[in-house]
Design a protein around this ligand. Structure first.
Ligand SMILES: [Zn+2]
Length: 241
């Protein structure tokens, strides 16, 4: 059984039945609202996870280096608290994690599209994303299930190949339609060409100016692809897949 917890925005905490714990794009501080862009980006959803309270973190996967995904303060806390391997594309590892956040090279495990890394009970594969330099998505295969995290991305046709070469049980999709991300109709099309069994909406509810009601996504998906399950997550609550 895979256990997942939504951390807000595109953040997910995932634990395999073997206890391997992986964080994806955890934004767990007030970095943006308190310092980087005060007042413009007040955080609407409080952090639901305290890094220091997680007994073990095996890997942290970053889809790209925008601060609502790769927050320097969260990265630093993870480095201090755990032995987690930090993964992103080689470009993001070099240009952001090493040069700007000063993550030691020994802690990094770059993954470019098509490359995989195995941890106990889970295989992590980076895939293309159409967003910014070095952006990637991830496929996580564990216990006979495959989960797809698109990261921030526009719709791209290779999603069809991802869907044809993998049985996607669950696709975690952005749908906010801003700043280089799919809008609802693109996200519905993505779910369709991926052949996803289930869609989990992410990347909403954090900032007033960059959020779309997931209910609208659900309605559009139900209309276009009634066979695909829509699974909206409550932040901080555990779900099993
Ligand atoms: Zn984003």
């Amino acid at each position: 059984m895979i256990t997942i917890k939504w951390l807000g925005q595109a953040g997910i905490c995932l634990q395999t039945g073997k206890g391997t714990t992986i964080l994806i794009d955890p934004y767990l501080t007030e970095t943006i609202s308190k310092g980087y862009r005060p007042f413009i980006h007040a955080r609407l959803m409080p952090p639901v996870l305290v890094i220091e309270e997680i007994p073990r973190i095996d890997a942290v996967l970053y889809t790209h280096d925008h601060m609502d995904h790769m927050d320097p303060n969260t990265v630093t806390r993870i480095l201090w608290h755990s032995d987690a391997v930090i993964t992103a594309s080689s470009y993001v590892c070099r240009e952001s994690l090493e040069k700007k956040i000063h993550v030691p090279e020994a802690r990094l495990h770059p993954l470019d599209p098509g490359e995989s890394m195995d941890l106990p009970g889970i295989r992590i594969t980076a895939v293309y994303a159409n967003h910014c330099p070095g952006a990637v998505g991830y496929l996580l295969a564990s216990e006979g299930k495959t989960l797809y995290f698109c990261g921030d991305t526009q719709l791209f046709y290779d999603m069809k190949i991802i869907g044809e070469t993998h049985q996607i049980d669950c696709a975690f999709l952005c749908f906010n339609g801003q700043e280089g991300n799919m809008d609802i109709s693109s996200a519905v099309q993505a779910a369709k060409i991926l052949g996803a069994g289930c869609v989990v909406p992410v990347h909403y509810g954090m900032y007033a100016d960059n959020s779309v009601d997931p209910g609208l996504f659900e309605l559009a998906l139900k209309k276009a692809c009634p066979q695909i399950r829509f699974m909206q997550l409550e932040p901080g609550r555990e779900y099993q897949i």
